[in-house]
Design a protein around this ligand. Structure first.
Ligand code: HEC
Length: 146
């Protein structure tokens, strides 16, 4: 269902793309949060918990589809993080840039961990990613709105 990468490639042609070789998601920030970031984070947090070695020695031995799902979710969040750094979305060079960069980089770490089937690294990256949501929302998202 994620057709953003193709559109994002087109976007890169007109807006000096910030990432080297990575895809950049398209859509308003609100749309991306709702359609891409939240559902992908739900998947990543669920798999991150399931594969966390702290939850028992067999935790990292989940079925193959979980790692694939986590990888796809991480890739989608990474694209959205890259999009938040595009000139049109970059709100400032301070906390916004930091939070968006960390979202992109923690998602990349999650992607690599999913590909390597590394439960410790995936759960760590998912935890770090959760902190990025809070860091950005506490400053830039209207906390009273849904
Ligand atoms: C770089 C900043 C930034 C980061 C990082 C970020 N968000 Fe957001 N998020 C926003 C902003 C800004 C809004 C408000 C958008 C609006 O209402 O126009 C928002 C809104 C949302 C919404 C509400 C969407 C709606 O339908 O109104 C959800 C859900 C959400 N974010 C999930 C997440 C999750 C999950 C993460 C972490 C994986 C995350 N966000 C990381 C900036 C960020």
């Amino acid at each position: 269902m994620l057709r953003w990468p193709a559109l994002a490639t087109a976007l890169c042609l007109v807006t000096a793309c910030a990432t080297a070789g990575g895809s950049v998601a398209k859509g308003t920030i609100k749309e991306q949060m709702k359609v891409i970031v939240q559902p992908s984070a739900d998947t990543l947090f669920a798999v991150g918990g399931a594969v966390d070695p702290a939850n028992g020695p067999d935790a990292p031995k989940v079925e193959a589809s979980k790692w694939t799902d986590a990888g796809k979710a991480a890739e989608a969040i990474k694209s959205s993080g890259a999009s938040m750094l595009l000139p049109a979305n970059l709100k400032d060079q301070g906390a916004w840039k930091t939070a968006a960069t960390q979202m992109r980089d923690h998602a990349d770490a999650a992607l690599k961990a999913a590909q390597a089937k590394d439960g410790a690294k995936l759960s760590q990256a998912a935890n770090d990613l959760g902190d990025d949501c809070t860091a950005c929302h506490s400053k830039y998202k209207n906390q009273t709105a849904s």
